[in-house]
Design a protein around this ligand. Sequence first.
Ligand code: NAP
Length: 275
Amino acid sequence: MKPLNLILGSSGKTGSRIVKKLNQLNIPIRLGSRKSNPSFDWEKSESWETLIKGVDHIYISYQPDLAVPTSIHHIQTLVDLAIKCKVKRLVLLSGRGEPEAITCEKLVQGSGLEWTILRSSWFSQNFSEGMFLDAILQRKIIFPKIKIKEPFIDLDDLTDLAVDSLVNQKHVGKLYELTGPTLYSFEETFSFIANEIKESIPFEEIPLKDYISMLGDFGLSEETIWLIQYLFETVLDGRNEFIQNDFEIAMGRKPKDFKYYAKETAKSGVWNSKF
Ligand SMILES: NC(=O)c1ccc[n+]([C@@H]2O[C@H](COP(=O)([O-])OP(=O)(O)OC[C@H]3O[C@@H](n4cnc5c(N)ncnc54)[C@H](OP(=O)(O)O)[C@@H]3O)[C@@H](O)[C@H]2O)c1
């Protein structure tokens, strides 16, 4: 019998891709999000057992981010329940350069279960499915003044490795630091997109503190603003400004470059102006 895989964050950027690929491979899955049935909510641990019972492998994508203070308690609770329910393998999506994420990774690594850690750089798809899409559609980027470059990873690559980690034994006990093949500044990434859609996307840099107060004016929640500030001050302070070849070691091919992502994604029309 094929192992049953529970995908947490099953409707999200990574989860939905993993679900699609496992379906194509005819691998049994169970969905885990607040809208799945049964539902899964990180804030309601009393209801997790129904979903976890009978599952062999769990893909863990935490919400909103392993950097938030509640993550450690939630991941510990999940690990304990996974052990109780005799789950065999945990595949954790983690973030680079976040001390709290490292603590969560250690909880998974120390669980006694089979584990794989996917410690990922920023997703290319943040520009088409995430936090930067609206600004691109409005053709105006206001961005904090940061001088670092980031090795964006394409989610098609991350998905391939996540699925392989769920399906195959060879990634058990491996911590992969996943980056794309090239470091790019944010200004460069927006300019690649502008180039592909053949429109100008003005890019203005402002001090981080002005950017954060601008987010407050937009009505974002305190938690979201805290997380964005944390990401810009901590994850994007230069500590992650390097490339790792773990993806190539794991999958035997090079990861996709951001420029390729920009070219292919432009064809989908997602960046066509809606205003
Ligand atoms: N974006 C990046 O560049 C980046 C880089 C490295 C690591 N990461 C990590 O990636 C993870 C996010 O993964 P993703 O981008 O694939 O997800 P996502 O696109 O942000 O989607 C969120 C998913 O989680 C579910 N969800 C939201 N709130 C929930 C809650 N309280 N309880 C249970 N499920 C909830 C959503 O479905 P429902 O609405 O139905 O609940 C949805 O399926 C985070 O841990 C983040 O730190 C992101």
